[in-house]
Design a protein around this ligand. Structure first.
Ligand code: AMP
Length: 249
């Protein structure tokens, strides 16, 4: 079985994101970037499946500017076999990413495509679903447990009501939740070995995909500052305020 894993380079989750003064976006210059956290879970799961002898090859793929390659390199250091970097400058929206991944899937013919459930920069939660529609493959989103069976997967999904278990036939798209596993760290020898693993670079224009944004971003602004709370003397006062001031009961 061959597993394709989509990894996106985003602002590191520990960074306090700042809005640009002119409101055109967020500051990314000299800001630490990392792999989108659930994409690390996606890679980890693929590596575990390969270690269990149920996958033969893992291909990590990213869409983005030159530096996005770092994300693929990290995936190679934790166990992916080779990488693909589709070069696009500027913002690439989920629809364009899924059209690009569709072309890569047509070429690579993977049995499974693993992705993160959501990118923490745009919070879209769209790319996996759109890709499933474009390929006309089954999808299992928000996976917190994956069991590989013969020609199908049993996937436990995190849903609002709790957990849902479904079966999907292969080939399938799976979007991974943070609870799926504990991503491993790359060891120094493996980081060195990853430098020798191949990364194929493709220009998005060579795939014939128009990556022009379809969404016009009008303004980015900080959320309003939270007002300080108050202390109440007793439960009666709390109930009175909830009833008459907050009007929530
Ligand atoms: P989103 O729909 O933007 O929330 O992203 C969901 C998932 O799609 C991410 O966790 C990634 O696995 C994948 N993805 C989105 N954008 C990219 C990209 N530029 N390159 C590679 N994978 C991506």
């Amino acid at each position: 079985m061959k597993i394709l894993v989509a990894v996106k380079r985003v602002i590191d989750y520990n960074v306090q994101v700042r809005v640009k003064e002119d409101g055109t976006g967020v500051v990314t210059d000299n800001v630490k970037m990392s792999t989108n956290p659930p994409d690390d879970n996606a890679i980890e799961e693929a590596v575990k499946i390969k270690e269990a002898g149920k996958a033969a090859e893992i291909v990590a793929v990213t869409v983005g500017e030159e530096k996005a390659q770092e994300t693929v390199r990290k995936a190679l250091a934790v166990g992916a076999d080779r990488g693909i970097h589709i070069k696009v400058d500027g913002i690439v929206e989920p629809l364009a990413v899924s059209k690009i991944l569709q072309k890569i899937a047509d070429k690579e013919k993977p049995d499974l495509i693993f992705m993160g459930k959501q990118a923490i920069d745009d919070d879209c939660n769209q790319t996996g679903q759109m890709l499933a529609a474009l390929l006309n493959w089954p999808q299992a989103t928000f996976a917190s447990k994956i069991e590989v069976k013969d020609k199908m997967l049993e996937v436990t999904r995190e849903v609002d009501e709790g957990l849902e278990t479904i079966e999907v036939n292969v080939p399938a798209i799976v979007t991974c939740d943070l609870r799926l596993n504990e991503p491993r760290y790359a060891s120094l020898p493996n980081i060195m070995k990853a430098k020798k693993k191949p990364i194929e670079q493709i220009n998005s224009s060579d795939l014939g995909i128009d990556t022009k944004p379809r969404i016009e971003q009008i303004k980015v602004e900080e959320p309003p500052k939270r007002k300080a709370g108050i202390k109440v003397a007793n439960v009666a006062e709390l109930v009175e305020k909830l009833k008459n001031e907050a009007k929530v009961i």
